[in-house]
Design a protein. Structure first.
Length: 155
């Protein structure tokens, strides 16, 4: 997604972030959350904070880094809010929970959880991170993630 496309969905992004406003607390956190999510969905090979901040108008690397690493928002409360919002918006009735893994191939060894392990994205053993996820699925409807946890292999 490029910056023009992002601008066209700005209202939808703001509505989405408003769902979590109470859990984020201060208005500054809401602002940096919006920029961080924008950086994640914009085009660009690297999704680490420095390159994302450079791609974003008004992107401040230090402020985004502080939002991600030091803001005192409750991860569990955010997950709960996400599940409640998705259940209300989709009319959850006859779905199933699906346990899945998502692998992220990595070239280096410095990210948390990187190890030589089976990488489903590549179909072979490779350096990657593996995220274990729970999704709610209902026949004929969209599915949505409920929970995701980084798998930390024993080294």
């Amino acid at each position: 997604m490029d910056l023009e496309q992002l601008n066209s969905i700005r209202e939808q992004l703001n509505e989405w972030i408003n769902v979590f406003k109470a859990n984020l607390g201060r208005s500054e956190r809401v602002h940096w959350c919006r920029l961080y999510i924008s950086g994640l969905i914009l085009d660009g090979e690297r999704k680490s904070i420095e390159p994302m901040a450079k791609r974003l108008p008004g992107g401040n690397e230090q402020a985004i880094q502080q939002f991600v690493n030091q803001s005192p928002w409750d991860h569990a409360a955010m997950q709960q809010q996400l599940a409640q919002h998705m259940a209300q918006s989709m009319g959850v009735k006859k779905g199933v929970l699906v346990l899945d893994d998502t692998s992220l191939p990595k070239k280096g060894k410095f990210s948390v959880g990187v190890a030589r392990q089976y990488c489903g994205a590549l179909g072979k053993i490779a350096n990657c991170q593996s995220i274990v996820t729970w999704h709610y699925c209902e026949k004929g409807k969209e599915h949505f993630p409920i929970l995701g946890e980084l798998f930390l292999p024993q080294s």
